[in-house]
Design a protein around this ligand. Structure first.
Ligand code: ADP
Ligand code: GLC
Length: 491
């Protein structure tokens, strides 16, 4: 059965990106398409998206769509482009007063309005183009109202009869929680707030919970995180509703686009390399050192970090261990942006020890690739990690990951066992369980020790480079969930 799938995401690579969601939204729809389905992607048109570079075309015949938000009519415009080198159409929802801001997500008072408009616009555009979806795949809180709208506000329209929804949780730490007045703004029935509280959390309207309550099927982006989300420790209050929906809740590990993240073809790095010929990696390390003004030393490993600098990512463990780490024989390079505290920490340390540490505060895709290619190790001490893509990229680049054993990090990084015979050992990285500074520094020291033994190190690198986390398998699992959701709706 071929399916008509609508994929909705608040960021889509290469048009917009703050994190892994964009990577997923830029690739999964292509793989779903390759399985023989028709897919259309919907996303906001942010001010930073370059129309000419990405070939956006204004859709005159479906523009000026009136959308009511907070009782006011907003006129929405539509542009269209394709995901690069594919026939997959991307619809850009254009309402400049909402989407031309300094960042994609804001603390502005109309944050709820922005994504109410986005969610309604998806359905209104489908009505205008008369395209009947078998399933709408919603991602994260920004799209959480769509499953409710399908079941209620827009259910009068035959176009959406039999349209199922899948809601994917990429990160439970961001929920889109707004005041109760949002019920009126979004035209949500009061009974959903009061009877069983499908949309209500802590006396607020919660968009993530709404998605979880109303979607036909729910999933998250790794098996371990799916288990973790059922517990109060990890769920940020969503464990009740997720346990309630337990039979409809699944984990599917993200894949990686090896057309983009592959050291043997990567166009962003100066020297390509492969498991058969690793020499380019050393060359990349030299370029990386030059770029960051660090002295190059073959025997001193570089630990790379490329990350949103958010508390989720475990950088408070680094803060606690900074003094100890500063005495260990490695250099580190950090690329990231986010919370002031962590930006200042990495910047201050780099100023204090310029021969040991460097950092670039900001977002830079070219540098992200160079750091993956030129570093020897990659550090992700995450407090929680739904999937995590960087450690998977690192494996492919022979950049040995050091991670905390949580969520998707558990499902992708296998701890190297120093005591097993080298030939048998399948470990591809280093991991630690306990969320404390000692456990972190202990793993770093284990990695540094192994680094000294060249054949051992090469074995760890190659174990990682041989792993295959391509999207194909995950896309097949998504297609199965789509079918499950569709048959639920059709009874
Ligand atoms: P998350 O989605 O939680 O941020 P992931 O590991 O899933 O974490 O994905 C992060 C993605 O964002 C990766 O593709 C990574 O390379 C990219 N990224 C993060 N920070 C930066 C940055 N400062 N510059 C460039 N790319 C970045
Ligand atoms: C989120 C998570 C990250 C995951 C990404 C894509 O931002 O923090 O772990 O890889 O979404 O699913």
């Amino acid at each position: 059965m071929h399916m008509n799938i609508v994929f909705v995401s608040s960021e889509v690579f290469p048009f917009s990106k703050t994190g892994g969601l964009a990577d997923v939204a830029g690739t999964l729809p292509v793989e779903i398409g390759n399985l023989g389905n028709n897919v259309k992607v919907f996303t906001p048109k942010y001010g930073s998206i370059n129309e000419t570079k990405h070939g956006l075309i204004y859709q005159e015949h479906i523009s000026e769509i009136p959308i009511t938000v907070s009782g006011e009519i907003k006129k929405v415009h539509v542009h269209k482009a394709f995901l690069p080198n594919t026939q997959i159409e991307v619809y850009f929802i254009d309402f400049q007063p909402f989407f031309f801001r300094d960042s994609y997500y804001t603390n502005d008072i109309d944050e709820a309005d922005r994504f109410i408009l986005f969610s309604k616009a998806v359905l209104e555009i489908l009505q205008r183009i008369k395209w009947k979806p078998d399933l709408i795949h919603c991602n994260d809180w920004q799209t959480g109202l769509i499953p409710l709208y399908l079941k209620d506000n827009y259910s009068w329209d035959k176009l959406f009869h039999n349209t199922a929804s899948l809601f994917t949780i990429h990160n439970v730490g961001y929920q889109g929680q707004f005041g109760a007045e949002t019920l009126m703004k979004a035209e949500i029935r009061f009974e959903y707030f009061n009877n069983f509280g499908e949309v209500k959390q802590n006396d607020h309207v919660n968009f993530l919970k709404t998605g979880i309550s109303f979607a036909d099927i729910i999933n998250t982006v790794s098996n371990t995180y799916a288990q973790e989300l059922l517990t109060p420790e990890f769920s940020y209050g969503m464990d009740h509703i997720l346990n309630y929906r337990g039979h409809d809740f699944y984990g599917i590990l993200n894949g990686v686009d090896y057309n983009i993240w592959n050291p043997s073809t990567d166009k962003h790095i100066p020297f390509n390399y492969s498991p058969e010929d690793l020499s380019g990696k050393k060359q990349n390390k030299k370029v990386l050192c030059e770029q960051f003004n660090l002295p190059y030393d073959e025997n001193i490993p570089i630990i790379g970090i490329v990350s949103r600098l958010a508390i989720q990512k475990g950088f408070d463990l680094i803060a606690r261990s900074l003094e100890y780490l500063s005495h260990l024989p490695f250099q580190w390079i950090v690329l990231g942006a986010g919370e002031d505290y962590f930006e200042e920490m990495f910047q201050t340390f780099a100023n204090y020890r310029p021969e040991k540490a460097a950092c670039h505060i900001g977002y830079n895709n070219d540098l992200a690739h160079l750091i993956e290619a030129g570093s020897d190790m990659f550090l992700m001490p995450s407090h929680y990690e739904p999937c995590g893509l960087n450690q998977i990229y690192s494996l492919k680049y022979g950049t040995v990951p050091i991670v905390r054993k949580t969520g998707g990090l558990s499902d992708t990084v296998k701890d190297w066992d120093e005591y097993k015979a080298r030939g048998e050992e399948t470990g591809n990285g280093f991991s630690f369980d306990k969320y404390d500074g000692f456990a972190l520094t202990n793993s770093v020291e284990r990695a540094l020790n192994c680094y000294k033994n060249k054949p051992v190190w090469q074995k760890i690198m190659l174990n990682g480079m041989k792993e295959n986390f391509s999207w194909h398998r995950s896309a097949e699992q998504y297609a199965l969930l789509y079918k499950k959701a569709i048959s639920k709706v059709r009874g």
